[in-house]
Design a protein around this ligand. Structure first.
Ligand SMILES: Nc1nc2c(ncn2[C@@H]2O[C@H](COP(=O)(O)OP(=O)(O)OP(=O)(O)O)[C@@H](O)[C@H]2O)c(=O)[nH]1
Ligand SMILES: [Mg+2]
Length: 308
């Protein structure tokens, strides 16, 4: 299935609810205030957040108020509005060759997709001819180290690891030393999942960062929060808490092939303006795709790819 197909299938739940509302409320010939109010509620329910919703409805009103509109036209206007909000934050992650190694720190809550995304990024960059190493700074679970090792085998990149229960910051540091010694292009550091409310775990992230900084190479160069795209509003508090522990440079949103609540990406864009580098649309190494603002906007309201 194409990227758009997967995204659309994943966002289907969000889209079908929105689509239903749009179709059911846009019955009158002309776009009136009642219809706009109903659309407003539907966008809020779809997790787009207050600011984005206000912006989209205002835009719709200024373009279409008191004119004849079809549900398709409403969807198109909304998709364009969403794309406008998302455009500035749809920024691919480009490792800066001035940093060697370019160090990427992966953070996030339990099960959000950090390890899988680390593997997918390794695959992407290895396939571009870069040398990638990974460090297993998730020392919390024994299985976490093995999981990263498997991704190392799958993608052909070396994994630096220690023993389960060891010091995560020490592994991150060793990874950096080794990547420097071997002149690797990129080092990806996988960390343990942690709930944003557990302060001692959040402090560990700050420690990893401090230890990396000691090496004097400005690492980490990217701190990526991996967000599960199905969690809805909780994503807002995740961004806030992780950003306090280790200043984030960008987001990757996973599981958008599942029963995604994709509207949250629009709310995040509006509230934080952090780049969304890529989205996860499956479990294999190829299932990481650049984030495309217009595709996303269309999929969100249930439009097909080539509707224009
Ligand atoms: N469908 C789908 N599944 C995904 C995606 N990304 C990750 N997963 C799955 O989500 C589950 C958790 O992924 P992990 O990569 O282990 O998540 P994690 O954040 O490293 O988890 P912890 O280390 O335990 O915190 C696995 O079953 C993955 O295969 C995605 O984009 N789509
Ligand atoms: Mg993991």
């Amino acid at each position: 299935m194409s990227f758009f197909g997967r995204l659309k299938a994943g966002l289907g739940k969000t889209a079908s609810r929105l689509t239903e509302t749009i179709t059911s409320v846009v019955k009158k010939k002309k776009l009136d205030q009642d219809t706009l109010d109903d659309l407003f509620d539907a966008l809020l329910m779809a997790d787009l957040g207050m600011e984005a919703t206000e912006k989209l409805i205002k835009d719709l009103k200024s373009k279409r108020f008191d004119t004849e509109v079809s549900p398709e036209e409403i969807k198109e206007t909304l998709a364009e509005g969403v794309a406008e909000i998302l455009g500035p934050i749809a920024v691919p992650l480009q490792p800066n060759a001035a940093h060697r190694p370019f160090v990427v720190l992966m953070v996030g809550v339990n099960g959000s997709g950090k390890t899988t995304t680390a593997g997918k990024l390794a695959e992407l960059w290895q396939s571009e001819g870069k040398t990638v190493m990974m460090a297993a700074a998730d020392t919390f679970r024994a299985a976490a180290i093995d999981q990263l090792k498997i991704w190392g085998e799958r993608t052909g990149c070396e994994v630096i690891h220690g023993e389960p229960g060891g010091d995560a910051a020490a592994i991150a540091y060793q990874g950096l030393e080794k990547a420097i010694a071997q002149n690797a292009d990129i080092l990806i550091i996988d960390t343990a999942g942690r709930l944003q409310a557990r302060q001692e775990l959040m402090d560990e992230l700050a420690k990893i960062r401090r230890v990396l900084e000691k090496k004097g190479v400005d690492a980490p160069h990217a701190s990526i929060l991996v967000l599960d795209g199905t969690v809805g509003q909780n994503a807002i508090s995740q961004v806030k808490a992780f950003n306090e522990a280790t200043p984030l440079s960008g987001l990757i949103v996973t599981k958008l092939d599942g029963s995604a609540r994709g509207g949250i990406v629009v709310a995040l864009a509006e509230q934080f303006g952090l780049p969304v580098h890529a989205v996860g649309v499956g479990e294999t190494k190829e299932d990481l795709k650049p984030f495309e603002a217009l595709d996303f906007g269309k999929a969100l309201v249930g439009l097909s790819e080539h509707s224009d």
